[in-house]
Design a protein around this ligand. Sequence first.
Ligand code: ZN
Length: 166
Amino acid sequence: MSAFIIDAFEYSRHKERREGEIAVADLSRLADESADRSGVLHWVLIGGVDSLGHPQLTMSVTGAIKIMCQRCLTPFAFDIDAESVLVLAKDEESADEIDALLDNDEIDVIVGTKSLNIIELIEDEALLALPLSPKHPVCPDPSALEGLKSSKKESPFAMLKNLKQQ
Ligand SMILES: [Zn+2]
C-alpha cells in the first residue's frame, strides 16, 4: 500500500516518474461501473512544474474496460485513454487563487498532500473518462449474436471435418 502513497510536493519537485499496471477489479468504484470487472489499466504519473512555477502532476491512464451498453444492454469494450494535469496547491484558499489565475478548464487544481494516494488518482482519472451514458456506436444485431453463440458450441475440429466433406 505504501508504495502508492507519495508526497505530492516532493514528487513534483524531483520530477519523479512512475508507471505501472492495475487491475480494474482492484479499483472498487471503477469495478462497480464495469460489466465484468475484467481488464487492466496502465498508468503513468509524472511530476513537474507549470510555466508559473506551480508544482504539478500529470496522470495518464490507458486500458480497456468492459461497460454495459445502455441501448442494447450487452457489454462492450471501451478504451480509456485519459490524461489530466493536476496543479498542486497547499490549501483550499490558494487552490481557488491558482484556479482563478490559470483560468483554464483543462487544468485541475487540487490540494496537494504529503500522503497522496496514487491509486485514488488513477481511479478518479478512469472514472472521469467513462461516458455518462455508454452506448455502442452501432449496437450488434441480436440475431448475429445468437449465431456467434451457436457456432462456438461446435468444436473447431468438427468444423474442419465439415469443411473437408464439402
Ligand atoms: Zn449496444
